[in-house]
Design a protein around this ligand. Structure first.
Ligand code: UDP
Length: 504
């Protein structure tokens, strides 16, 4: 360990971080990595979430126990039934319909009481009082908890600084942008305060939830809690997006510490295999198949934990993959979940036709391990930030297929700024967010899937240059997480900030 870490090493052992993640896979997974990183530096960590989410990461909890990392996992009861949510609806990917999304987000603050009860539990006196609260920015109610405890609060932000900066500027200039929107019913906008063009579409300016007053109130609380936070941790690395990182830091006026890519946290294979939840495929079969494929020849197709495609889109994508002649792994959640008549049969026939060349994983895949396998050369992704960063960390080029929220801006970063991806060509988000009513809707035809795969996996000189750039960025990502690297230092600086604020 370097002298800088040594100086603080023994003091770090006296720190106790209380982590409160958002209950969604894209937020929970990196926060578990963050907990391990903090504990590996010697700090005590309490990781507080609900029973369903703890059950999903039981293998990780077992791994932590076996490795004696000082992390305590604490169960907070989430009163779903009291607020009209189905029993056990404790993660965003379990919300069954669009109308329940806002009630789910509003119910998050009900975690405050069980958390405070935990903090007052006399049985816990062998651990010191928390010295810092790190919460997902969506868990705004934690601001009051930190205030009561009189400790610093850091926000953990999922997305890229590119997105965070744009989002912050959109909020700052919302009135002007809305006027511009009235004058121009479609197309994109230039973002004020940024000297180079960034496309901002209507859907990025208007709230994803329309004018729902309860959503606006929720977002106001999120912004207020963001403003009162002491600092921000981002799952990114400076070398990836330095300009945006610096501007974002200036715009917030508070310390921003890069700590990613968190997926590069080194750990034993078996816990990476169950990152997020237990995999739906026997990893022996999966990796035996991958080991037989040529280097860089396989494309992974996956849309994260929340996004669902319509059944018609699913089939269209399948036909495109089949026609492409490429080897692929396709992660499909929809067939089991929807039980639409005839889909199961369609999928079985499809699997028979592509046998040997394509593999379908129904449910949860060990995504980071697949991306890191040498046989994998391309990734068709919805551009969720974790998936994007995991591909970056693995040096894999992307075909970008955004569906909602930050995914459109993440696409711009990947395709236009970093130039390590090709766009599938989606212009608008889904109308009703996560759930499409019309199962027959198709946005991307099979011919377009075929074309984009050709550009991604082949693409001539342009394709080679893209792959070359992706490999260079991968090396920078690895260096950022190594001891002494920018993200390694970022985490150390955040720890030092807490140590110093305790001395004040
Ligand atoms: N993930 C996974 N297996 C799956 C689907 C997703 O391991 O089958 C992980 C993925 O590696 C990433 C996270 O779940 O860490 C998804 O986060 P992301 O931000 O990409 O998308 P979201 O699910 O939030 O839309």
């Amino acid at each position: 360990m370097s002298s800088e870490a040594d100086d603080f090493g023994s003091n770090t052992k006296s720190l106790h971080f209380l982590l409160v993640p958002m209950m969604a896979q894209g937020h929970m997974i990196p926060m578990v990595d963050l907990a391990k990183l903090l504990a590996a530096r010697g700090a005590l960590v309490t990781f507080a979430t609900t029973p369903v989410n703890l059950a999903r990461i039981q293998t990780t909890i077992d791994g932590v126990t076996a490795s004696a990392l000082p992390i305590r996992f604490v169960e907070l009861q989430f009163p779903t039934i009291d607020v009209g949510l189905p029993d056990g609806c404790e993660n965003a990917d379990l919300i069954p319909s669009a109308e329940l999304f806002v009630p789910f987000m509003n119910a998050l603050s009900l975690l405050r009481r069980p958390l405070e009860a935990h903090l007052q539990d006399p049985d816990l006196t062998q651990w010191p009082k928390p010295s810092c609260l790190i919460s997902d920015n969506l868990q705004h109610w934690t601001a009051d908890v930190a205030r009561t405890l009189n400790i610093p609060r850091l926000i953990f932000h999922g997305p890229s600084c590119f997105f965070l900066l744009c989002d912050l500027l959109i909020n700052r200039h919302r009135v002007e942008l809305e006027v511009a929107l009235e004058e121009k019913s479609s197309g994109s906008f230039m973002l004020p305060e940024i000297s180079h063009p960034i496309r901002i579409n209507k859907h990025e300016v208007t709230s994803v939830m329309g004018s729902d007053p309860s959503w606006s109130k929720y977002m106001e609380s999120v912004r207020a809690a963001e403003e009162s936070a002491d600092g921000v941790l981002v799952n990114s690395f400076v070398e990836l997006e330095q300009w945006y990182f610096e501007r974002y830091q200036q715009a917030t006026g508070k310390p921003v510490w890069p700590v990613g890519p968190l997926s590069l946290y080194k750990e034993e294979l078996n816990t990476k295999e169950t990152r997020g939840r237990v995999s739906s495929i026997d990893s022996k079969i999966l990796f035996q198949w991958l080991d037989k494929q040529k280097v860089g020849s396989v494309v992974l197709v996956s849309f994260g934990s929340i996004v669902r495609n319509t059944i018609a889109q699913l089939m269209e994508l399948g036909y495109g993959l089949e026609a492409s002649g490429r080897s692929f792994i396709w992660v499909v959640k929809e067939v089991e979940e929807r039980q639409v008549l005839g889909v199961e049969e369609w999928m079985k026939k499809f699997e028979n036709r592509v046998e040997g060349r394509g593999m379908v994983i129904r449910g949860w895949a060990p995504q980071t391990l697949i991306l890191e396998h040498v046989a994998v050369g391309g990734f068709v992704t919805h551009c969720g930030w974790n998936s994007t960063l995991e591909a970056i960390a693995a040096g894999v080029v992307m075909a970008t297929w955004p569906h909602l929220y930050d995914q459109f801006l993440n696409e711009q970063l990947v395709v236009d700024v970093l130039k390590i991806g090709v766009a599938v060509g989606i212009e608008e988000p889904k109308l009703h967010d996560l759930w499409d009513d019309n199962e027959m809707a198709v946005k991307v035809k099979r011919g377009e899937v075929e074309k984009v795969l050709e550009r991604l996996m082949g693409g001539g000189e342009e394709g080679d240059e893209r792959r070359e750039r992706a490999k260079e960025i991968k090396e920078k990502a690895r260096m950022a997480m190594e001891e002494g690297g920018s993200s390694w230092k970022g985490l150390q600086d955040a720890i030092n900030y807490v140590l110093e604020s305790r001395q004040k």
